[in-house]
Design a protein around this ligand. Structure first.
Ligand SMILES: Nc1nc2c(ncn2[C@@H]2O[C@H](COP(=O)(O)OP(=O)(O)OP(=O)(O)O)[C@@H](O)[C@H]2O)c(=O)[nH]1
Ligand SMILES: [Mg+2]
Length: 339
């Protein structure tokens, strides 16, 4: 399955209702004046941010969004009803482009903040609007205006505070399910995770959004495995957790591969705050943890050993994240912005 972080949709606002041509018919009033009402306005198509959504998957199944047309005007100067607007809910971090895919129309970064992306057509005027002192039986009316229709191209970069990076099978998904409310699929085979998912880590008053992404292998930046394009989802995180399987036989080699792939994707990721998490500590003798910890500390890294499976060291990890994450506020999404 391909990760869906891009979508093309077509939106069409409602057409305005037509104006009406009508004349009063009343008893004892032989020639009543015009009383054709105006048409109602077509509904707008609105786009709005919604926390809790983490992918553009839904747009794969429904690609066309139409707002309701305005109703036609009618006699007795009755204005047609306005068409209902429709609101398209997109995940926070969605960038909306026009058809060319190059000009961003808007970026949705907050919950709510509805924006009109296609305007409904105006209702047409009924014939009573055309009456003048010399023109008493007007037959003129307007048709309702067409609603705006446009193709949109949506892309999503997840807004996460912390990104989990590791080789396939290192235990990233197991770890995010310990740290947060997310429950991604866990499997004892590589590439269990095919698309990024988000979880919310709550520690006291602090809330972080953590992103679990597919595993990276050597050569991923040249397209091996699932490639590295999903790294865009962690490009804006404030901190990276480098998850190494301590039982793999070569955590140092794994570490080098990961840094090299991260660097090939974007040099800047290497300067990002990071913490090395040595996972699967339950599978090795205790002394090995201490040795690898000092090995990585010798490289100037911050390091912690945990077992995501047995939940060893998880509380300590949470505390570390809370402490570090609160240091620099630049990437930290404010509370209420997160799902
Ligand atoms: N013994 C042990 N096994 C673990 C630990 N953490 C994860 N595992 C196991 O390792 C396997 C892979 O775990 P996942 O969480 O799916 O790994 P992942 O890094 O998300 O893998 P991909 O999504 O394929 O990249 C599963 O069988 C887990 O049960 C741990 O701390 N100790
Ligand atoms: Mg996984």
């Amino acid at each position: 399955m391909k990760f869906v972080d891009e979508a093309k949709i077509y939106v069409e606002a409602g057409k305005g209702g037509n104006g009406c041509v009508s004349f009063r018919r009343e008893k004892f009033v032989p020639r009543g004046g015009p009383d054709g009402g105006d048409g109602g306005k077509g509904g707008d198509v609105i786009i709005s941010g919604k926390s809790g959504l983490a992918s553009l998957m839904d747009f794969r199944y429904k690609r066309v969004y139409r707002a309701e047309n305005g109703k036609h005007g009618s006699g007795k100067d009755k204005t047609g009803k306005d068409g209902r607007d429709i609101t398209i809910h997109v995940p926070l971090g969605t960038i909306v482009y026009g058809e060319d895919g190059a000009t961003p129309l808007c970026e949705i970064t907050r919950e709510g903040e509805p924006r009109i992306i296609a305007k409904g057509g105006r209702g047409g005027r009924g014939n009573s609007r055309f009456q003048t002192s010399t023109h008493r039986t007007p037959l003129e009316f307007d048709y309702g205006e067409e609603g705006e229709g446009r193709h949109l191209y949506l892309t999503l970069k997840l807004l996460a505070d912390i990104g989990l990076v590791g080789l396939p099978n290192a235990g990233k998904s197991t770890l995010i399910s310990c740290l947060t409310d997310a429950r991604p699929k866990i499997g004892d085979y590589p590439f269990t995770t095919l698309r990024p998912s988000l979880g919310v880590l709550q520690d006291g008053d602090t809330t972080f959004v953590v992103a679990d992404i597919p595993g990276i292998i050597e050569g991923a930046s040249d397209g091996k495995g699932l490639g590295v394009s999903f790294l865009k989802h962690i490009e804006r995180t404030g901190m990276l957790l480098i998850i190494l399987d301590i039982s793999s036989g070569s955590p140092d080699g794994d570490y080098r591969i990961l840094l090299s792939e991260l660097g090939s994707y974007n040099e800047e990721l290497l300067r990002r705050k990071r913490l090395i998490v040595l996972n699967k500590a339950d599978l090795v003798p205790r002394g090995d943890c201490a040795e690898w910890e000092s090995f990585f500390m010798g490289k100037g890294e911050q390091v912690l050993s945990v077992s995501a499976l047995k939940r060893w060291g998880i509380d300590r990890l949470k505390r570390e994240l809370a402490k570090r994450g609160s240091g620099e506020g630049d990437h930290k999404a404010p509370l209420g912005d997160v799902s």
